[in-house]
Design a protein around this ligand. Sequence first.
Ligand code: SF4
Ligand code: SF4
Length: 393
Amino acid sequence: MKTMDPKKFLENFGRPETLWMYACARCGECVDVCPVFKETDDKYTAPGYKIKKMRALIHKQLMPFGGGADKETVEKVAKGLYECTLCGRCWSVCPYNYDLVDLWEKARESAFDNGLAVDAHLQMIDALKAENNIFKMAHDRRRKWATGLDVPVGEKADVVFFVGCLMSYRGQLKPSAKAMATIMSAAGEKWTLLENEVCCGVPMKFSGGVESMKELIEANVSEIESTGAKKIVFSCPGCYRMFKQEYSKLLGDRVQLVHSTELIDSYLKAGKIKLRKSDQTITYHDPCELSRLTGVIEEPRNVFAKATNSYVELPGNKFNVECCGGGGLYKAADLDRSLAIAQKRIGQAENRGAATLTTACPSCYMTLSQAARQKKSEVKVSDFAEVVAQLLE
Ligand code: SF4
Ligand code: SF4
């Protein structure tokens, strides 16, 4: 780990970020909607306050005899940067449409480079370096979820199913991966898994340790190109957004990137699969990274229109979705508060009379399931693809 140097904390900021921080109108709109600040009441977690303090640090650094940034403030700011779900709610209300998620990510890079990263994040990076997954589980167990299934692996195909670390290794998510495999096969898709899929690298991006991402990206790109696929489908919005932001630079427009909700919606529209209708009351939690940050909003709803006669919306949904509390590696920084935020979401599903709370993100699924268990809620948290697979005709 590098030694902390407060003067260098802001080194990673370019001119646009610095200008934006000074352009901030101090209106406080972002503070009012931040799920973490609502939970902690600690001003260092409030987005506008973090910007104010970073501005002050820049100012001190710029002053010729100012003595530079002070260590204590830098540490408090860095802690606040990791106490954030990267949900983008702050950005969505900012009258300047200031890309705050990008700012938080860049600021985490500075924190990381100054030895201020969260210990759990550093352990995650060690695991990635050792086994190419965040759980430090043996790489050759990545496809264990597919045991007993006749799934294509490393074949020439039209579509690659990029499974991601959570669905590959977490027992409770293995049925979700199986459900996607079932749906694609039912639609007659010519698809394949990668022979050697590795983590997409998004945990490194979120922790700020971006230096090691490159190797993982190159490994996945080479595997994808060997299949000749023209489309990659993701169940995890984190992997999906990571590909859109980082992999597209290498893949160009040769490969189309789609989320499972988009693919399933297209199958239904083309008549490739049919669903019978459930009579259960279903609601849907938009994953922040899928709805607000990537714009996939209507596709899952199109599917629900064909999957149930009783669909209800949650408050704080679509573009204005209220975060489940589990994004941005926040669980690793503060598990209790992350789950407290998720419990509020479960409470909202209860109030809407939902029997099933569906989501289309493995991270949201795990956070919400854990919160529902803690809360002893009767609401069943389900994965989107699993719900669809169960209703396949
Ligand atoms: S991204 Fe979400 S959690 Fe982070 S500061 Fe903005 S509103 Fe708060
Ligand atoms: S909403 Fe935008 S302009 Fe207002 S305080 Fe937050 S960052 Fe500044």
